[in-house]
Ligand binder design. Structure first.
Ligand SMILES: [Zn+2]
Length: 304
């Protein structure tokens, strides 16, 4: 059945027909969406930062053991995200939100590019937080937060993460594992202005930490409020958590189309698609404006 339906799964006219009839639309976005803006994902192959696996430094334990190193990793990611620009896919999703009040976007990306593309905030849930929000390492005991801070560098000790690469043929010393990093003592990192004892930490969800409960309740309530016509899964696999979980929960058999937009869709993934689903392989920045065109019209990209 899967092989026979491949043409239907990839038909843009059939997708447009379904999109025009869809009112409640959920999107789940992953790192592939921001890859088109030039941001590295730090996951999977080539996902190393210096000689560290992101899984080893994006944890509360790593921050406790070496906050200077963890902060350099995040300071570098903040710097990179500030240099990057939202791509047409971010703008297309923001425009879809303005055109369809029943559209809700969940994103795993912490780079702030949805926000910079002016996605309506009430229709956006940042599952893993943001590189540009700060909180206290004593949270939840200490409630201090700074919801939006784009200082680059955040403090003088983190300035090696904000250096521009003057010779693009060579890696930045920061990224070259053969060049040792000067250890940054905790005393040189920003401290919480409220409790004074905690360190300021990035407002992202680390491995081993829970997602914000209120946000999850809010998403659940949205899913339960009515049948979902379409689930767009962008820049991540629709068969991998968390997108797979949302796609399954939102699916009403015979009504909901699950739509994968990703650089690569595996043979196994094609085989698991059901009637009415769609798969579009390629760069989301190219595909989304075309796919959403009948609703959002011609995209006007702002000059940043
Ligand atoms: Zn504090």
């Amino acid at each position: 059945m899967a092989a026979a339906s491949r043409a239907a799964f990839t038909s843009i006219p059939l997708f447009h027909e379904k999109l025009l009839k869809s009112n409640r639309i959920l999107a789940v976005c992953g790192a592939g969406l921001s890859a088109a803006s030039g941001l590295p994902t730090f996951r999977g192959a080539g996902g190393l930062w210096r000689n560290h696996n992101a899984i080893d430094i994006a944890t509360p334990e790593a921050f406790e053991a070496n906050p200077g190193l963890v902060w350099l990793f995040y300071a570098y990611r903040r710097h990179m995200a500030l240099q990057a620009k939202p791509n047409p896919a971010h703008y297309a999703l923001a425009e879809l939100a303005r055109k369809k009040s029943g559209f809700r976007c969940l994103s795993q990306n912490v780079d702030n590019l949805h926000v910079r593309a002016h996605h309506p905030p009430a229709q956006l849930s940042l599952l893993h937080g943001s590189l540009f929000s700060l909180r206290c390492s004593n949270s939840p005991t200490c409630k201090w937060t700074d919801p939006y801070n784009t200082a680059d560098p955040l403090c003088p000790a983190l300035s090696p993460a904000s250096e521009s690469n003057l010779d693009p043929t060579k890696p930045l010393p920061l990224l070259d594992p053969s060049k040792p990093l000067a250890e940054i003592p905790a005393s040189e990192l920003p401290h919480c202005p409220e409790c004074k004892t905690g360190l300021v930490r990035p407002g992202v969800v680390w491995f081993g930490e829970n997602l914000d409960e209120k946000m999850l309740d809010d998403i659940d309530a949205w899913i339960e409020r009515g049948e979902v016509d379409m689930v767009l899964v962008i820049g991540t696999s629709s068969f991998v958590y968390p997108a797979a979980g949302y796609a399954e929960r939102a699916r009403t058999e015979g009504r909901t189309s699950v739509v994968s937009v990703n650089l690569e869709i595996t043979g196994k993934d094609w085989g698991r698609m059901r009637e009415g689903d769609f798969g579009f392989e390629g760069d989301a920045a190219v595909l989304l404006p075309e796919l959403l065109g009948p609703v959002i019209g011609e995209l006007e990209l702002p000059v940043e």
